[in-house]
Design a protein around this ligand. Structure first.
Ligand SMILES: C[S@@+](CC[C@H](N)C(=O)[O-])C[C@H]1O[C@@H](n2cnc3c(N)ncnc32)[C@H](O)[C@@H]1O
Length: 290
């Protein structure tokens, strides 16, 4: 019988306190994601298998492997395994209600005097639900107002996890994530229902997808800047993983990309402790740049 290539994860000993500290330090440096004491199990459950795949016998060996830089790709493999990507369509509805009832009527009023393209950045877009939900909302509002020939929108979705970027670019979602979460008339208009081997899946329509791009972007990398200004920036449910200092740096960075009058939208549990002076709080974790 041939030798097993993948070592079973049960062979990896539990992570020691010192190893946990060193590995968490490495992770926070490359992602901003802070793993506090007590998250040892999370780290072990997500990474033990990977150590086995690499034929490594201890956490210390894995840390040395990462730090040696022998394998440039391993950093990204670690990021893909360690980031939490929970998301869904139209998550945190009050944000979409605010955009529909407050922001869009104002933005689309007298649009002749304003820019005709609305630019949106979903800045930790995970598997794409947030960006596509924004696209459905905007497309719907533009159609309802019969402004298709005059107004346009462009959405950029970015994330640090390359697996979720690939998933977003494919735009294929299981039925359970679409039915019930997306209003029925939007499902009919913006998705194609899979048939045959694709039964039970939905594909985002080409028309909608043509307004959206997904790219790699690390919010905590000071060299990773975009040369665009946005009308709306969503940084939702990612700041919860960062410490205060990192949050301040990230907020400063995204604010630099926000147009005057534009909105910064955070997750519902992500209130800012120090609010930059150019931002005014509008309620529901929404800030306006004045
Ligand atoms: C819980 S998901 C939130 C997705 C979406 N914004 C939502 O609210 O449903 C958090 C996402 O942040 C991403 N992330 C974590 N650290 C990041 C960083 N430094 N730069 C960019 N994205 C990051 C993760 O990969 C993950 O996809």
């Amino acid at each position: 019988m041939g030798k097993a290539l993948v070592k079973p994860s049960k062979d990896i000993p539990p992570i020691l306190e010192r190893e946990f500290r060193d590995l968490s330090k490495y992770i926070v440096e490359i992602t901003g994601v802070k793993l506090v004491t007590g998250k040892e199990n999370l780290l072990e459950s997500r990474l033990s298998r990977r150590l086995g795949q690499l034929g490594l016998n201890s956490w210390r060996e894995y840390i040395s492997y990462l730090e040696s830089g022998i394998d440039e790709n391993e950093k990204q493999v670690l990021i893909n395994l360690i980031t939490t990507n929970k998301t869904h369509f139209f998550r945190e509805l009050p944000h979409f209600d605010y955009l529909k009832k407050e922001y869009i009527p104002e933005r689309f009023k007298d649009f002749h005097d304003k820019e005709k393209t609305v630019f949106i950045w979903s800045a930790a877009s995970s598997r794409g639900h947030e960006a596509y939900s924004m696209a459905m909302l905007l497309d719907d509002e533009i159609c309802k107002r019969s402004l298709q020939h005059n107004l346009n929108y462009k959405i950029l979705g970015t994330d640090i996890n390359t697996n979720v970027i690939n998933h977003s670019q494919r735009g294929v979602y299981p039925g359970i994530e679409v039915e019930g979460e997306v209003p029925t008339e939007m499902v009919q208009r913006y998705f194609l229902k899979g048939e045959g081997s694709n039964a039970g899946k939905y594909l985002i329509s080409k028309n909608l997808a043509s307004n959206i791009k997904f790219r790699y972007h690390n919010l905590v990398d000071p060299h990773s800047m975009l040369n665009v200004e946005f009308d709306v920036i969503l940084v939702r449910n990612v700041l919860i993983y960062f410490d205060r200092k990192t949050i301040d740096i990230v907020i400063k960075k995204v604010c630099a990309h926000l147009k005057s009058g534009g909105l910064l939208i955070l997750g519902h549990s992500e209130h800012l402790e120090s609010v930059p002076k150019e931002l005014t709080y509008m309620g529901s974790s929404i800030y306006k740049k004045t």
